[in-house]
Design a protein around this ligand. Structure first.
Ligand SMILES: [Zn+2]
Length: 113
């Protein structure tokens, strides 16, 4: 599968995730999706990211904002069902809530190597 095909399939899975979250009562807004290498370098230097090999650079990651009753939700336990749903959509999908080195709850990616 070409990179563009992977990116398109990833985008369709993001649609499913947003719809599922909306059905569960969350209000969902978009955060960062594509990221330039220059922006990634800033995040790496400031400790916001642990890698220069981010899937955001490949357009295969998105950060989403989940609101419940007007409150932005970062609680990993509240969002775990959505993370599990995300990973059930495709074997290459990874949720940042399951990362080992830097938990990143709003982050959803497709890990294509
Ligand atoms: Zn991210």
């Amino acid at each position: 599968m070409s990179l563009v095909q992977e990116q398109a399939a990833f985008a369709l899975d993001v649609c499913k995730l947003i719809q599922s979250a909306s059905d569960a009562g969350f209000v969902v807004t978009l955060g960062e999706a594509w990221r330039t290498p220059e922006q990634q370098a800033i995040y790496f230097k400031t400790g916001r990211s642990k890698t220069m090999n981010s899937n955001h650079i490949r357009r295969l990651a998105v950060d989403l904002n989940f609101f419940m009753d007007g409150v932005l939700i970062y609680d990993i336990d509240v969002l775990r069902d959505l993370g599990n749903y995300w990973e059930s959509l495709h074997p290459k999908n990874r949720w940042g809530g399951n990362f080992r080195n830097l938990i990143d709850v709003p982050h959803f990616e497709r890990n294509v190597t």
